[in-house]
Design a protein around this ligand. Structure first.
Ligand code: NOJ
Length: 464
């Protein structure tokens, strides 16, 4: 694997490294049996250079699959335009050109990511049909929906011209936002929604400079596109009350009128938020933030354990995008292999010995149980799921908001005490990241100011 699964050589199979189609069927069945849905990661922008389509395409300029990829003429020493690819390579520092010269057929081919990941040509109706057929294959197997990789980049600008010099150092994958992509997403949506109930979900990875651009990927009422569009701007926001307030306002203004916001703090492409924010206390407070905002929170495996990134010595780095640290394996238990069958290729996260899943399971105050309580509270509260959002008065380093009439969330970003102005009524703690956990909620206040400790996240419910 050149990009750990994002270099797909067969869109209708499971790499033997991970199992078989039979294993996937069993996984989907078991998940459905316990009320879970399974969303697959679908990679339509590019294939592996080992994919039979690309092998055929690069075999000759006359190949029937030639136009399934994006080729350009030019001298072998000068790429056709100034676009940069997304990865520097293991140990590298500069973004290489988004083009690779094919010796045999003497043309360049486009790849927004690695040279091993040639871009498909979505201008070609045969490509569109072939890729939609891969969606139907997984829908027939019971997939509950898709997370669509770099969906905003499927369409390329006519003429493939240079970027203006001030943008030329930014990888092109983070900029492409062609009008022609929207009808393609409508086709994808049609395919996903065509299957009989239950309805399947369409989530898109939309890595774009502005939240307004991302919001456009929800489509319009008559022409809906994605159900959820990832917005990574909050993920890149520092741990600071006013910076986060701006981000939340931006989403409520740009996204909420068009669609249902998606919130992400960590994923497989970025340092974990525990590492970015610098402490477990902040990571826990961030869990309250994420789970009490209006929209759908996405949790990345291991954030429910409060994990940090692993320290990866240079000799063990394998990812061309420098993302090994956040991809370290989950420590399931306290054994030498932490519950795995063999030594993994990446080191363990630093918390593996003390804060593995089994230890957290048994500890009521653990981060794992904090997430469980927050999730249960969301599920049980129409206000948290879809109640209106309103900012509340608070001290400078606290963000506090009401959801509906009977829930309040507050997060103290500061290292000292803070406060929130509670709406009238009698409120009790449903969950706090610092106050003792326990089955019986503690009454905290009857309206007025509630004091918050350093780095505290708290969720209150109204009890009168
Ligand atoms: C976005 C994915 O999140 C990332 O992990 C991958 O490397 C690129 N797309 C290329 O597929």
């Amino acid at each position: 694997m050149a990009d750990f699964g994002y270099d797909v050589s067969d869109h209708l199979g499971v790499d033997p490294l991970f199992g078989s189609l039979g294993d996937l069927d069993a996984l989907i069945d078991e998940a459905h049996g316990v009320g879970l849905r399974v969303v697959l990661d679908w990679v339509p922008n590019h294939t592996s250079d080992r994919h039979p389509w690309f092998v055929e395409a690069r075999s000759s300029r006359a190949s029937a699959k030639r136009d399934w990829y994006i080729w350009a003429d030019g001298p072998p020493d000068r790429p056709p335009n100034n676009w940069k690819a997304a990865f520097t390579g293991v140990g590298g520092t500069a973004f290489p050109p988004a083009w690779t010269w094919d010796e045999r057929t003497e043309q360049w081919y486009l790849h927004l990511f690695l040279a091993e990941q040639p871009d498909l040509n979505w201008d070609n109706p045969e490509v569109v049909e072939a890729m939609l057929a891969t969606l139907r294959f997984w829908l027939d197997r019971g997939a509950d929906g898709f997370r669509v990789d770099v969906v905003h980049a499927l369409a390329k600008p006519p003429g493939l011209g240079d970027l203006p010099p001030e943008l030329a150092e930014i990888p092109i994958a983070a900029l492409l936002d062609e009008p022609a992509v929207h009808p393609l997403i409508e086709r994808i949506r049609e395919t996903v929604k065509a299957v009989p109930a239950p309805e399947r979900v369409l989530i898109g990875e939309t890595v774009l400079p502005s939240v307004d651009q991302i919001a456009a990927y929800y489509g319009s009422p008559g022409r809906p596109e994605l159900d959820l569009a990832f917005n990574f701007h909050p993920l890149r926001t520092r741990w600071d009350a006013s910076a986060w307030r701006r981000r939340i306002d931006e989403v409520l203004t740009a996204v909420a009128p068009r669609g249902w916001p998606a919130w992400v703090l960590s994923n497989h492409d970025n340092p974990r938020h525990r590492s970015r924010y610098g402490s477990l206390a902040r990571a826990r407070a961030a869990a309250v933030l994420l789970l009490a905002l209006p929209g759908t929170p996405f949790l990345y495996a291991g954030e429910e354990l409060g994990l940090s990134d692993a320290e990866v010595p240079s000799g063990r780095r394998v990812d061309p995008g420098g993302r090994d640290g956040c991809r370290a394996p989950i420590p399931w238990d306290g054994g030498p292999l932490h519950g795995w069958a063999a030594e993994p290729w990446l080191p363990w996260p630093p918390e593996a010995a003390a804060a593995h899943a089994a230890a957290q399971e048994a500890d009521q105050g653990s981060t794992l149980n904090l997430y469980r309580r927050l999730i249960a509270l969301r599920r049980g509260s129409p206000s948290l799921l879809s109640g209106r959002f309103e900012w509340l008065g608070s001290s400078r380093e606290v963000l506090a908001w009401a959801r509906g009439e009977d829930r309040v969330a507050a997060v103290n970003f500061g290292a000292g005490e803070g406060w929130v102005e509670l709406p009238p009524g009698c409120w009790e703690t449903a969950v706090s990241t610092t106050r003792p956990a326990g089955p019986a909620p503690t009454p905290t206040s009857a309206g007025g100011r509630l004091a918050l400790g350093a780095d505290e996240g708290i969720l209150l419910r109204r009890v009168d």
